[in-house]
Design a binder for this molecule. Sequence first.
Ligand SMILES: [Zn+2]
Length: 200
Amino acid sequence: MENLFQKIKINMENQLRQRSESRCELCGNENNLQIFEVPNSPENSSEGAILICGTCKEQIENPEKVEANHWRCLNDSMWSTVPAVQVMAWRMLNRLKAEGWPQDLLDMMYLDEEITAWAKAGLEENKATALTHRDSNGVILEAGDSVVLIKDLKVKGSSMVAKQGTAVRRISLDHENEKYIEGKVDGQQIVIITDFVKKI
Ligand SMILES: [Zn+2]
């Protein structure tokens, strides 16, 4: 099984090297090339992957390491005829659009409807994972966790007070605000500020 997998991988790399002439399909760099499977790809073949260099890969995977100027390379690669390259170019431009020039490039870019849907699917995923909810100790909270209240909380719009020490099970996370979680106290669904809870 493993051999077969290896073989497929090598085949894919050969195809990608041919297509890209052994250059990073985003910035043209010839060093440290590797296969990058574009997330949310509808294809399960080399169509859904691109060949990129270590620099591009590191910055794609670690938003805090992004150097906007490196991505001026998209000025050229956004015109690639390869859908997977177009998708990554679009996503990076979108991530950097606050810089100004990426927005100008985005405005010039034309993507087929199908490719636009693919590009945007990746974006929503980023958005959902971009917010990190943390409890009063900085511990990361996830949907389904249980927390305990660390002080008495007055519930807005009612006379109810949720007592310190109350356990709230199976919380859900607010996807717009990383300070808010939701859970049931005394049978009532309430919004709780993460500063006032501790994960259990
Ligand atoms: Zn590169």
